[in-house]
Design a protein around this ligand. Structure first.
Ligand code: NFE
Length: 468
């Protein structure tokens, strides 16, 4: 008979997430991913000034804010048909790139590593599962020295972000029309000085630590693959070619690379606590109506699908589409690709910061339109992020957000197809039912963030009014 494991909340990630798995003969035969609180930012956005979108959506979560600033700005620039100055594209990439490095460093050392290396016998490393940890004492000590050093590196990344973004995590440097901080010889130097230290850490500590992880846990290249359809919207807009990205957009389905078509993105809600009418084939018409008593539902995350397919998204998908990493799709591939991407982005940032032109424009003036629609598709740290805005009479009529973690952590869809993390868990072996460390290893390799994925209600208002 199947035994059930429930982990709630899953720790070492942002937000509150619950995983339920059924285990039979030591193997996971079924898995359920539940976002266990409400976001509801779409409700908060209604009737606001469209220019607020860039700032308010950053508050969806505290760890990928600059990605929301990018997507919100792109959506408005699309709606207003704006072209922003070259300097602005670069500055925005410098802000987002610094934030991405901060995220990738944090994921590798704080979120993922403690699943594989046994930390010191003190909080936050205890309590922990009793399991097979494969590093020897010397290796473990070295890994946790680097873990501590990565905190300094994370701080440096946030300092880089603030040089052009004003503050972290929610920056004021990215806005519709461009950027807000002019490049100067001085701020370029301040950015580079920090970047060089972070780059050195990635090259000399993070990548070697990743290689050591591969040496000891190579079996995780065969574990936790998840869906084989990979999605990326394109990361880091090019300053020299409008509409193009340094890391190309694309969907890999059945080994075929296709361009991303936003019309093929839709959301299903059969197993999510939303009214059935919130299912959307056209995301611009999407709605957010909470229904916590819904039968058969188990998550505040909707089920986004691409042409009906379950997809996974994130650094592995980006490098796969860029043909820079085609080793495999698995737990360790996702973690490895994230580390390789950190190196790639650090190299890019060094190149881009030197392309800034002090004295040249950073902002394109515009007149807001009375009525308009726009879509901002961009990559966040964890994968494809989309913002859809409809403006009516100078105010937001509808705002919809589909985050990478909604793609990855989604529940079953209308056809009963499990979401990406759910699929990756089904079939894995659990060595010790009381210490199911394998679940965390596989699930955390997606760098999940349930704050982004679920729908927060306005604390002044009662939730009751949203419930039918
Ligand atoms: Ni809360 Fe986020 C990223 C977005 S969710 S972290 O990256 O958008 O996946």
């Amino acid at each position: 008979m199947a035994q059930k494991i429930m982990i709630s909340p899953v720790t070492r990630l942002n937000g509150f997430w619950r995983l339920d798995v059924e285990v039979e003969n030591g193997k996971v035969i079924d898995a359920y991913s539940s976002g266990i609180y409400i976001r509801g930012l779409e409700k908060i956005m209604q009737r606001r000034d469209p220019r607020d979108a860039v700032y308010l959506t950053q508050r969806i979560c505290g760890i990928c804010s600059s990605a929301h600033a990018m997507a919100g700005s792109l959506a408005l620039e699309h709606a207003y048909n704006l072209e922003i100055p070259r300097n602005a594209v670069i500055i925005r990439n410098l802000i987002f790139g610094a934030d991405l490095l901060q995220n990738h460093l944090r994921h590798f050392y704080f979120m993922a590593l403690p699943d594989y290396a046994e930390g010191p016998d003190e909080p936050p490393f205890i309590p922990r599962y009793k399991a097979e940890y494969r590093f020897n004492k010397k290796e473990t000590e070295k890994l946790f020295q680097n873990y501590m050093e990565s905190i300094d590196m994370s701080r440096l990344c946030h300092e880089m972000l603030t040089i052009y973004g004003g503050k972290a995590p929610h920056n004021h440097g990215i806005l519709a029309g461009g950027a807000s901080v002019h490049p100067t010889a001085d701020n370029i130097r301040l950015y580079l000085f920090r970047l060089e230290q972070v780059k050195r850490f990635i090259d000399e500590k993070m990548l070697p630590d990743m290689e050591l992880l591969i040496e000891k846990y190579a079996d995780y290249f065969q574990i936790g693959s998840g869906p084989e359809t990979l999605l990326t919207y394109g990361m880091f807009p090019r300053e020299d070619k409008r509409g193009e990205f340094y890391l190309h957009p694309g969907v890999i389905s059945k080994d075929q690379l296709q361009p991303v078509n936003s019309d093929l993105i839709h959301e299903q809600v059969k197993h999510s606590w939303f009214l059935d009418t919130d299912a959307a084939t056209d995301i611009m018409q999407g709605a957010t109506n909470f229904y916590p008593d819904k039968e058969g539902a188990y998550s505040w995350i909707k089920a986004p699908r691409y042409q009906g397919q379950v997809v996974q998204t994130g650094p592995l998908c980006r490098l796969w589409v860029a043909e820079e990493y085609r080793h495999g799709i698995s737990t360790l591939d996702r973690i490895y690709a994230r580390c390789l991407e950190a190196k790639k982005v650090a190299d890019y940032l060094q190149e881009w910061v030197q392309k800034l032109e002090p004295g040249k424009p950073i902002y394109q003036e515009y007149e807001p339109l009375r009525d308009a629609k726009g879509i901002g598709l961009v990559e966040a740290m964890r994968g494809g992020l989309g913002h859809w805005i409809e403006i009516e009479d100078y105010h937001i009529k509808n705002y919809q957000v589909i985050t990478p973690s909604a793609w990855n952590m989604s529940p079953r869809d209308d056809n009963g197809l499990p979401g990406a993390v759910e699929q990756s868990l089904i079939g894995i072996s659990i060595a010790d039912f009381k210490n199911p460390i394998e679940i965390g290893r596989v699930a955390r390799s997606f760098d999940p963030c349930s704050s982004c994925a679920v729908q927060v209600y306005t604390p002044q208002e009662s939730l009751e009014q949203y419930i039918i």
